[in-house]
Design a binder for this molecule. Structure first.
Ligand code: URA
Length: 232
């Protein structure tokens, strides 16, 4: 909704309130509304609808459901994984399988969740066959969707989970390990003011318990940066 539409609605509600209050006309508030549509003029819902209709790369042909992402607008954290797996393809929702359940636990350990203060998305929105890594060309085909989502969402921080998503997002031609990316903040070119932190994918933690400790350090780093950003 635009700020003009919101102002008109607020005026109507004020008038209705006056009417219900025996016709007494109260002083009007000076509401300061902002638009829900920002940047490209998109809304998150419009971007999601386009994702669900998209067939512009081969992944679109093999999917059951596209998975645009879910969570709140203006999130504290936008979590970005690599792409939907089987459970996500079946449900149309991101990170709902075993890895997703662990992701939810990791986020909740630092006061985050997709119902209140996070948005969960993926680099590619359709399941790669046999759960293979998304190809760089597929990630590039999908990137405008992610960039438009970021423009709509305006997250305070980005948490990128896994080597695949992190290297694709950072545009690395030679892929590097999470071990060499973690512990410092990056800038995602489409959102240079939003600090991006890379950590292990929850499915890597399910395979290797030893990664839980460094992942926990990353989460604490994320939390302390968030506290710094939200205290100003
Ligand atoms: N792994 C991902 O990277 N994304 C999902 O949505 C699910 C599993």
């Amino acid at each position: 909704m635009t700020s003009e539409q919101k102002t008109a609605l607020a005026g109507f509600l004020d008038t209705a309130g006056d009417y219900l209050g025996d016709g007494y006309r109260r002083p009007r508030e000076n509401y300061a509304f902002t638009d829900d549509t920002v940047g490209t003029g998109d809304t998150l819902e419009e971007v999601a609808a386009e994702i669900c209709a998209c067939r512009s790369c081969p992944l679109g042909a093999g999917r059951t459901n596209a998975v645009p992402g879910e969570g709140v607008k203006n999130p504290l954290v936008l979590v970005i994984g690599e792409g939907p797996g089987q459970d996500e393809d079946q449900t149309g929702r991101p990170f709902v399988g075993r890895a997703g359940q662990l992701l939810d636990k990791m986020l909740s350990a630092i006061g985050l969740n997709r119902q209140e203060n996070c948005f969960i998305a993926n680099v590619v929105k359709c399941r790669p066959p046999e759960n293979r890594d998304p190809a760089p060309a597929e990630a590039e085909a999908c990137r405008p969707f992610l960039n438009r989502q970021i423009a709509c969402l305006r997250p305070r921080m980005i948490l990128c989970v896994g080597k695949v998503a992190s290297n694709l997002l950072l545009g690395n031609t030679e892929w590097v390990t999470i071990g060499s990316l973690r512990g410092r903040f990056f800038e995602y070119p489409a959102a240079p003011a939003v600090p991006l932190l890379a950590t292990y994918h929850p499915s890597a933690l399910l395979r290797n318990e030893d990664l839980k400790r460094p992942a926990w350090e990353d989460l604490k780093l994320l939390r302390s940066k968030l506290e710094e950003l939200t205290s100003t």
